[in-house]
Ligand binder design. Structure first.
Ligand SMILES: Nc1ncnc2c1ncn2[C@@H]1O[C@H](COP(=O)(O)OP(=O)(O)OP(=O)(O)O)[C@@H](O)[C@H]1O
Ligand SMILES: [Mg+2]
Length: 229
């Protein structure tokens, strides 16, 4: 099912008198197995667009669609469930829970989704193996390197086999060699399992690997380029 932003505008009320455009007239279609990046300077609106796709914020104008459903028509509770059912998230700073082990971090959203204990065990084992951490499930985040922590967060994002993975500057905190390995991992997951990724990034090596680049400027998609393999 396709995710879509249709003529979306997001105006932030920065103070009583100041309004800021986070997104303006954004039209974006995300099809199954897409591998795309939002690229633009700081403050251009990349995170705003990711948050709109996720339904974490609602547009001031326009519509968010998933298949034939209109996400803007859902209640807050329904949007939360929709996100849990269909999406996985990866962040620049990993966002792992420090009091949970790597395996428990991967498990956490699966528990919320209500999978059976057997299914959870299988999925955690599968996801940790995909990211090369099959032997490190018992470690806590602080016992792992930055690259390993990002692998745990990738395992958490893919364990539910979501229709869409949103990754906000996923390589920004990593050294160059580790960033390269993580990019290769994203590519493999996209190729092997047709997992759909939308990145926000400044990382040229990631930009070089995606199929589609949307350049974001002042809240608008100013240009789109597609790589032909
Ligand atoms: N909650 C908010 N309230 C007011 N203004 C906001 C809010 N969130 C974002 N903005 C503004 O909206 C614009 C877009 O911000 P956004 O965070 O989407 O940019 P970005 O491209 O992700 O930047 P960065 O590369 O620094 O992460 C900026 O001008 C920002 O100051
Ligand atoms: Mg951002």
């Amino acid at each position: 099912m396709q995710f879509e932003l249709v003529n979306v505008e997001k105006v932030y009320q920065a103070s009583e008198e100041t309004k800021v455009y986070g997104a303006r007239n954004v039209n974006l279609k995300i099809a199954e197995s897409d591998f795309m990046a939002l690229v633009g300077p700081s403050g251009s609106g990349k995170t705003t667009i990711l948050n709109l796709i996720a339904g974490l914020i609602l547009p001031t104008l326009g519509t968010l669609r998933h298949g034939t459903s209109d996400i803007t028509a859902l209640s807050l509770e329904e949007r939360t469930k929709h996100r849990l059912d269909y999406m996985g998230f990866i962040f620049q700073d990993y966002q792992l829970l420090p009091i949970l082990t790597a395996a428990e971090n991967v498990e956490f959203p699966l528990q919320l989704k209500g999978f059976s204990q057997g299914e959870i065990k299988d999925r955690v084992t599968w996801a940790l193996a995909q990211v090369g951490l099959e032997t490190m499930g018992h470690r806590f985040p602080k016992q792992l390197s930055g690259g390993q922590q990002q692998r745990v967060s990738i395992a958490r994002a893919i364990a539910g086999k979501p229709q869409l993975i949103l990754a906000d500057e996923p390589t920004a905190n990593l050294d160059s060699k580790t960033a390269q390995e993580i990019i290769e991992l994203f590519k493999k997951l996209n190729q092997d399992y047709k997992l759909t990724f939308v990145f926000s990034t400044h990382d040229q090596r990631l930009i070089d690997q995606v199929k589609t680049v949307h350049y974001v400027k002042d809240g608008q998609i100013s240009e789109t380029r597609t790589h032909h393999a």
